[in-house]
Write a protein that binds this ligand. Structure first.
Ligand SMILES: *Cc1c(COP(=O)(O)O)cnc(C)c1O
Length: 299
């Protein structure tokens, strides 16, 4: 039996955890630093990853570093944390509905939400696009363009899509900042809570790195921050899972293709790009009956 979620700890991982415990360096040590470099190397990009205590904190770091205190456009269908982060950053979430075929807002829906917000007297500082179920928000390219034209920040909520791409460009690198979650059931899951913010701008990453550690910079400056650090024990396990991440997704891709070929595509959302099929959502009228029938045949 293959466990598709990262909730089972292998013996080698337990050994890794023990080696960290034995070292006595439990918080903000060499594994957190190495993980941040390896995440950036995996993304083969000029930007930087800043690890933190959760995906929600990562989103909050993105909003704070971009100084978003006004209206932020958020898709109607997402996990509640997307909204929580906006409120915590002191901004106002404005809901944009989703397209029923893709499960994500279309560029027209986003544009009209921006226009309505402005008519209502808001200053729109950001649009958050959520890449649900491991797949790109369908209209990402067009939405990135319209944000760019109107000087509105684009933040990608990548909690469910680590490693996915669109047009050979990694999700998370399309906008001004992105947030990832390492919660155990997420595509790259750790052994507890964790997350990372991605910034294409290195000065922003540097500030966020200080902010998540009580505002302490390496050169000894202080400014208001908080505690949102990733544990070393989690970092060492995440480093190892990252090093074999590609292989764990080959298996999910194969299952997803099998479902697709078997006819489930028409019950699911329209998608594009190269996803990391993290869950396979289907829409049915008789949810419970379908669930029991699937359980009966071992799915
Ligand atoms: C899981 C998730 C988050 C929050 O991540 P946590 O690590 O649980 O704080 C945010 N957005 C989406 C879309 C998620 O799925």
């Amino acid at each position: 039996m293959i466990s598709l979620f990262n909730t089972q700890i292998k013996t080698s991982e337990a050994d890794d955890v023990y080696s960290v415990l034995d070292s006595g360096k439990l918080v903000m040590g060499p594994h957190v630093e190495a993980l941040e470099h390896e995440l950036a190397a995996f993304y083969a990009n000029d930007g930087a990853f800043v690890t933190c205590a959760s995906g929600t904190d990562a989103l909050t770091l993105c909003l704070e570093e971009l100084d978003c205190r006004d209206a932020v456009i958020v898709p109607a269908m997402t996990f509640s944390a997307t909204y929580e982060a906006v409120l915590r950053a002191g901004a106002t979430p404005i809901v944009v509905d989703i397209d029923q075929e893709t499960g994500t807002p279309s560029s027209l829906q986003v544009q009209s939400a921006i226009m309505h917000a402005i008519e209502d007297g808001y200053r729109v500082c950001a649009v958050i696009m959520v890449h649900l179920y491991g797949w790109p928000a369908y209209d990402l390219i067009e939405i990135a363009r319209l944000c760019d034209l109107q000087d509105i920040h684009l933040i990608e909520d990548c909690a469910q899509c680590f490693g996915a791409s669109l047009d050979s460009r990694m999700l998370g690198t399309w906008g001004n900042a992105a947030a990832f979650s390492f919660y155990p059931t997420k595509p790259l899951g750790g052994i507890g809570d964790g997350g990372a913010a991605y910034f294409p701008s290195l000065p922003m990453a540097k500030r966020a790195r200080a902010r998540r550690n009580h505002g302490r910079t390496e050169d000894g400056q202080m400014y208001p921050g908080y505690n949102s650090r990733l544990d070393e024990t989690n970092a060492i396990v995440l480093r190892n899972r990252l090093s074999r991440y590609g292989r764990s997704f080959d298996c999910r891709r194969e299952l997803s293709l099998r479902y697709h070929a078997g006819g489930l595509a028409k019950l699911s959302f329209k998608r594009n790009g190269r996803g990391v099929p993290y869950v396979y959502p289907i829409l049915v009228d008789n949810r419970e009956a379908v669930r029991f029938r699937l359980a009966d045949i071992g799915v």
